[in-house]
Design a protein around this ligand. Structure first.
Ligand code: AMP
Length: 331
């Protein structure tokens, strides 16, 4: 996964260019400002809390935007990365983002800044107020406060990301929208774009993250889909199993299933049609067994006694087990 930050003062044109960049590089565009405005429009508790702060040109608390970002990182699938717009906006948010990404074995890949002067910020926000009617662009006082907030809280991020060696800048005043966009694409094209096919490193950081998520589900397991396009109808996934997780005894009528144990210890249990246990294969630990290919139509399940991480693969698009593919057994 790639993590890009589109940076710049209010009115720099982040929102104007983000869509085109995101669609070219298969990135999920996340604008915290847009997310907050949707919360306000929907009248949620979060929106009510954020409204006055935003309309006065102040920032909302770090934990609010960080909660939204974390949720999107967990739930977004099928993209090569994220294009963050309007986040982080404080050094604390940048540090928290680094921490969050480190837990996933990831990092901020580049910060692309669109720079404009304070005079241009003022001019653009005044103009935007007449076009979009945003409350936080409406008065000179709010605009001044946004400029002060930017210099005080957000500008220090430039030094933060320069130090990390990931800061790049283009001028947002070098011509019209097209000229700025051309500079942005030049920058992106010059960076490593080999991520266009999604790269996932299967390491302890990823397993730890899935383990945490598994703890929060009643099933005590969590899967991670390795497919990265909606056209991909294979089934390739990681599963993290916690002790006590129960998987129904089931079969696949149309495909073999390959199960490889990547970490920990577990049993794969095969059943006869009458629900009696046919074979128990210990995997991991001292067994020296790390994988099994379960033939079509064979009833099976998995039992984890310690944390276990598996890779499984089957043919065809995923579908829930049909009733005739589930076997009731006493366990
Ligand atoms: P924007 O659309 O990015 O200009 O954001 C509009 C307003 O939403 C900002 O002036 C802040 O009040 C709030 N906001 C957006 N992103 C953040 C953030 N990362 N941290 C704190 N407040 C934010």
């Amino acid at each position: 996964m790639k993590f890009y930050i589109l940076f710049g003062p209010p009115g720099a044109g982040k929102g104007t260019h983000a869509g085109a960049i995101a669609s070219k590089y298969n990135l999920k565009h996340v604008s915290t400002g847009e997310l907050l405005r949707s919360e306000i429009a929907a009248g949620t508790e979060l929106g009510k809390m954020a409204k006055n702060l935003i309309e006065a040109g102040n920032l909302v608390p770090d934990y609010v935007v960080e909660g939204m970002i974390e949720h999107l990182f967990h739930t977004t699938k099928g993209v090569a990365g994220f294009l963050l717009d309007g986040f982080p906006r404080t050094v604390q948010q940048a540090e928290d983002l680094d921490h969050l990404l480190a837990q996933r074995g990831e990092k901020v890949n580049a910060v692309i800044s669109i720079m404009i002067s304070d005079a241009t910020v003022r001019e653009r926000l005044k103009h935007r107020a007449t076009v979009e009617g945003r409350a936080d662009d409406a008065s000179d006082e709010t605009i001044s406060n946004r400029i002060v907030t930017y210099h005080k809280k957000t500008e220090p991020l430039i030094a933060y990301y320069k130090q990390a060696g990931v800061y790049r800048e283009v001028s947002g005043e070098c011509g019209g929208v097209e000229a700025v966009r051309a500079q942005l694409f030049d920058l992106f094209n010059g960076m490593d774009t080999s991520f266009l096919g999604e790269q996932v490193v299967m390491d302890n950081a990823l397993f730890d993250l899935l383990e945490q998520q598994a703890h929060d589900t009643p099933r005590l397991r969590m899967n991670y889909d390795l497919r990265n396009t909606t056209e991909d109808d294979s089934q390739r996934m990681l599963n993290v199993w916690l002790p006590g997780s129960k998987l129904e005894v089931h079969r696949h009528q149309h495909s073999n299933e390959t199960v490889l144990l990547l970490k920990g210890k577990m049993d794969v249990v095969l059943y006869n049609d009458d629900g009696t246990e046919a074979q128990r294969i210990h995997m991991g630990g001292d067994s020296g067994v790390y994988g099994i290919n379960i033939p079509k139509n064979v009833w099976h399940t998995v039992e984890a006694f310690k944390l276990a991480v598996t890779f499984t693969a089957k043919d065809g698009a995923w579908a829930p087990n049909a009733p005739e593919d589930i076997l009731e057994v006493k366990r």
